[in-house]
Design a protein around this ligand. Structure first.
Ligand code: UD1
Ligand code: MG
Length: 454
């Protein structure tokens, strides 16, 4: 073979259908939002699984949803427009759920992967690893893990050095229950065998459900090859309630922090920095403790982010310094070398290179030209109670401390605004604008008023 050695054979030339089961009721979430739409690192659990199966080479994806779950279907289509959505109208078990996607199965694929939308931490590498035995001739590959507490999981039952069955907890003998090698739930099936195995599965078990896991015993009886791929327990954790959601979030955060550090950023106290799946951080960025990133943030190289910043929907240019205690809201676009200091909020505003707003300011719906200095206490008064208006400030201007810029208003290049001004009219380039009461001095006034002791 002449192909690049790092490329998985499974990924290279085999077609792959992924079936994602997303019909979970999720009642233990106590939520009006379906379980699989709850977010981890800013992305729904369903979206995490869609991204992972895609990256593992799934060229077709079927998502199985519960009845009247247009919201789940819409999320699937928003993430992966090519998905086919199928409805499982009655919850009769995991095999029954997979067969809800029968039309997709009937069209055939070399590999069929089955994933659960409430198991969001499984990586693309693990899905790819599940496909490898299929490329080598196996009919089934099951994802197994060593469980610290196996209660509730299906057990992988060995026989003659092979996997011969998966036994659900409720159906297992005491001896089988002592097995700690468990089924993660995910499975890859050879497309040529998938439909015949799935259609043969019955429901004679403690729950009266059609168990996907019974495919193992059926395949073993037919003499087909069944393989087990092992994954770390943390990766296959499922989410059924808010406590498990928080546990999955914590693991995902650790993964994202490691990725950011591997790409060349310094996190002084990684456990206190919170990232989203789409956060982009450049090289030699230094992030001090206690920083929150919301969705849609890009930070270019050599930026310093000091402690206690809250940043979402913002772009930060190379070499900028942000914080401590800064808030960047959606639409904040900061050029190179911009300095944003403590208690400064920026929203829907473009700050060109070298702009400084170092203390106590609000810049909303604004444009600020290169090199302009925004003094402490400056406020863009962007909202009149009904509408938002823009403030346009030119380059190399100087906005004195405690200026209120009543939008819509423009300040020209190189203009200078005296401290404490309320600016309601446009200021031309290079002008001085003062919008405040004149100072009055009364000589000796204080002295004559000073109380004297009797
Ligand atoms: C399943 C496995 C078990 C494994 C465990 C890992 C089966 C029979 N058992 O058990 O071996 O150890 O996962 O977490 O597969 N679903 C549907 N429709 C249904 C039933 C289930 O869409 O009719 C979906 C659920 O929403 C869930 C997934 O399939 O995402 C697994 O179902 P669940 O009922 O949680 O199975 P477990 O009993 O946990
Ligand atoms: Mg489960």
């Amino acid at each position: 073979m002449t192909d690049a050695p790092h490329q998985e054979p499974a990924k290279r030339d085999r077609s792959c259908l992924a079936i994602i089961l997303a019909a979970g009721e999720g009642t233990r979430m106590r939520s009006s939002v379906p379980k699989v739409l709850h977010r981890i690192a800013g992305r729904s659990m369903l979206a995490h699984v869609l991204h992972a199966v895609r990256a593992a080479g799934a060229d077709r994806i079927a998502v199985v949803v519960g009845p009247n779950r247009d919201d789940v279907a819409a999320e699937a289509r928003a993430v992966a427009p090519e998905v086919e959505v199928f409805v499982q109208s009655e919850r009769l078990g995991t095999a029954h759920a997979v067969l809800a996607a029968r039309p997709a199965l009937e069209r055939g694929a070399d590999d069929v992967m089955v994933a659960f939308a409430d198991t969001p931490l499984v990586t693309a590498e693990t899905f790819s690893a599940l496909r490898v035995p299929l490329a080598e001739g196996a009919a089934l590959a099951v994802l197994g893990f060593e469980a610290r507490t196996p209660t509730g999981y299906g057990r992988l039952i060995p026989g003659g050095g092979k996997l011969v069955a998966i036994r659900e907890e409720r159906d297992a003998s005491p001896e089988e229950r002592s097995i700690t090698l468990c089924n993660a739930g995910l499975m890859a099936m050879a497309g040529r065998d998938a439909l015949s195995l799935l259609s043969t599965i019955g429901n004679a078990n403690a729950k009266g459900e059609y168990y996907l896991t019974d495919a193992v015993a059926l395949a073993a009886e037919k003499g087909l090859v069944v393989d087990v791929v092992l994954a770390p327990e943390a990766e296959v954790q499922g989410v059924n309630d808010r406590v498990q959601l928080a546990a999955a979030e914590a693991d995902m955060q650790n993964r994202l922090r490691r990725e950011v550090m591997a790409a060349g950023a310094t996190l002084v106290a990684p456990e206190t920095v919170f990232l989203q799946s789409d956060t982009k951080i450049g090289r030699d960025v230094i992030i001090e403790p206690n920083v929150w990133f919301g969705p849609g943030v890009t930070v270019e190289d050599d930026v310093q982010i000091r402690s206690f910043c809250h940043i979402e929907g913002a772009g930060v240019g190379k070499n900028a310094i942000i914080g401590p205690f800064a808030r960047l809201r959606p639409g904040a676009k900061l050029g190179e070398d911009v300095h944003i200091g403590n208690f400064v909020e920026v929203k829907n505003a473009e700050l060109a290179a070298g702009v400084k707003a170092n203390h106590l300011a609000y810049l909303g719906d604004a444009t600020v030209g290169a090199g302009t200095n925004v003094g402490a206490g400056t406020i863009t008064c962007n909202y009149d109670g009904a509408f938002k208006h823009r403030t346009e400030i030119g380059a190399n201007a100087f906005i004195g401390t405690n200026t209120s810029l009543v939008a819509p208003v423009t300040v020209g290049d190189g203009a200078y605004i005296g401290s404490g001004s309320v600016i309601t009219e446009n200021v031309p380039a290079d002008a001085l604008a003062l919008g405040r009461g004149r100072q009055v001095v009364k000589e000796n006034w204080a002295k004559t008023r000073r109380p004297t002791k009797a």
